[in-house]
Ligand binder design. Structure first.
Ligand SMILES: *Cc1c(COP(=O)(O)O)cnc(C)c1O
Length: 369
C-alpha cells in the first residue's frame, strides 16, 4: 500500500545526517531538534502553538484532557473512522456519541451533528477522513452557537487546505480550538516510529496541553494536575524536520496518482471514485472508492490474485465493535453501514512508478470487463 523504502532512499543523506546529529548530541528527549520541528510545523500550519507528543492517539487524549470535561459529558465522533478517535473518549470516562457521515465525503457535517446534540454535548471531534477536510466553517459556526469545543483529528489530512466562504484559507488542523495529528510512518507526514502533535491558537490551551503532556508538571517536580508522559523523540523530530520540507511535494505526488486513477476509472459504472469538495483540497491519505453491486470483496480478491494489495478502511462501524457495545443505542447508521460494505482503498503513496500504476489500473479495468 505504501513504499517507505524508496521514499527514504531519495532523502537518505539528509535523514541519516539528522539522526546522526541527534545521537552525537545525546539530546534524545526534547532539546533543539524537537523545538525546531514544533516551530516549523506551527509556521507551516499557520497556528500559534504546536506541542509534539508520542503519537496521534495521545494527541487526541491530551486535547480532550485540556478541555476540563466531566465524566459522562458527551463527545460527538463519526462512526466511520479509526478507533483511536472514540477510544480516548471512553477511556476518559466521557461518552462517545457516534454519528453518521456524509455518503459522498465520508465526513461528518454540521447537519448530522446538530441532530445528535443534547444538553450534555460538550465537545465534538470531526475527522478529516482520507485527506479531505470536513466542512469546518459550518461545524465551527454550530459549535460557537452551542458553546461546544471542537477538536479536529487531522491524522489523515495534514497538508490539505480549507477555504472559507469569504475566500480565506486555513490549513487542516489549524481551524478548530485544538487540532491533533499522527506521524505514524504511513501517514502523509510520517516519521520512523511513533509520533504525534497537538495544535492550537489559544495560549491558555497550549499552556495546559504542555503541562498535561509532561506529567501535569508546571515546574520541575511540582505537579498541578494529573497528566501523562507523552513526548516526541528527538530522532523522530530529526526525520520530520527533513520530511516537513517535502510535505507539499508529497501531497502533489498523491494528488497526481489520484487523478490518474480517477481518469482511468471514470467510465466504470460500478466504481465511485473519490469526490473533491469545492472548499477543501484532498491530500489522499487514502484513495478510497466505493464498489457497487456487492462486488467489493470479489474485486479485492481479484487484485490479490494479481499481487495488488488493497485495504478496507473501515470494515466495521465503531458502534458495532465489541468494545463500544455500551455506547450503542441499537439503531444502525445507514451511510456508515453501506460504506463499510463498499469501500476499497488502492495503493497510494509518493513513489509509485508509472509501470506499477498502469498495472493496477489495468487490473481494475479488467475486473469490470
Ligand atoms: C492514525 C490515526 C490516529 C492515531 O494515530 P497513532 O499515531 O497511530 O496513535 C488517530 N486518528 C486517525 C483518524 C488516524 O488515522
Amino acid at each position: 500500500m505504501v513504499d517507505l523504502k524508496s521514499q527514504y532512499l531519495k532523502i537518505k543523506e539528509q535523514i541519516d545526517q539528522g539522526i546522526t546529529e541527534v545521537i552525537d548530541s545525546t539530546r534524545f528527549i526534547k532539546g533543539p531538534v524537537v523545538k525546531k520541528f514544533e516551530e516549523s510545523l506551527a509556521t507551516y500550519l499557520g497556528v500559534k502553538h504546536v506541542i509534539a507528543c508520542a503519537n496521534g492517539t495521545d494527541a487526541l487524549q491530551i486535547a480532550l484532557m485540556a478541555l476540563d470535561l466531566q465524566p459522562g459529558d458527551e463527545v460527538i465522533v463519526p462512526s466511520f473512522t479509526y478507533v483511536a478517535t472514540a477510544e480516548v473518549i471512553a477511556l476518559l470516562k466521557l461518552k462517545p456519541v457516534m454519528v453518521d457521515v456524509d455518503p459522498h465525503t465520508f465526513n461528518v457535517t454540521a447537519d448530522i451533528i446538530e441532530k445528535s446534540l443534547t444538553p450534555n454535548t460538550k465537545a465534538m471531534v470531526p475527522v478529516h477522513l482520507f485527506g479531505q477536510n470536513a466542512d469546518m466553517e459550518e461545524i465551527m459556526n454550530l459549535a460557537k452557537a452551542k458553546n461546544i469545543a471542537v477538536i479536529e483529528d487531522n491524522a489523515q489530512s495534514i497538508g490539505s487546505e480549507y477555504t472559507f466562504k469569504d475566500g480565506s484559507k486555513k490549513k487542516s488542523g489549524g481551524i478548530a480550538d485544538i487540532g491533533t495529528t499522527s506521524f505514524f510512518p504511513s501517514k502523509n507526514l510520517g516519521c520512523y516510529g511513533d509520533g504525534g502533535a497537538i495544535f492550537t491558537n489559544s495560549d491558555d490551551l497550549a499552556h495546559k496541553i504542555r503541562i498535561i503532556a509532561n506529567h501535569g508538571q508546571s515546574k520541575q517536580y511540582y505537579h498541578t494536575v494529573i497528566g501523562v508522559n507523552s513526548r516526541l523523540d528527538a530522532i523522530q523530530a530529526a526525520v520530520l524536520n527533513v520530511k516537513l520540507e517535502k510535505l507539499d511535494d508529497y501531497c502533489s505526488a498523491r494528488q497526481t496518482l489520484a487523478s490518474n486513477y480517477d481518469h482511468a476509472f471514470a467510465n466504470i459504472d460500478e466504481l465511485v471514485t473519490p469526490i473533491r469538495q469545492g472548499n477543501s483540497t484532498h491530500v489522499f491519505h487514502q484513495y478510497t472508492m466505493l464498489v457497487k453491486n456487492g462486488k467489493r470483496d470479489a474485486l479485492r480478491q481479484y487484485l490479490k490474485d494479481h499481487e495488488i494489495p488493497s485495504m478496507i478502511y473501515y470494515p466495521v462501524p465503531l458502534y458495532e465493535q465489541e468494545a463500544f457495545a455500551e455506547f450503542y443505542n441499537g439503531t444502525p447508521l445507514e451511510v456508515t453501514e453501506s460504506l463499510c460494505k463498499e469501500v476499497l482503498s488502492l495503493p497510494m503513496h509518493t513513489e509509485m512508478d508509472a509501470g506499477t500504476r498502469d498495472y493496477i489500473i489495468e487490473k481494475v479495468q479488467q475486473f469490470f470487463t
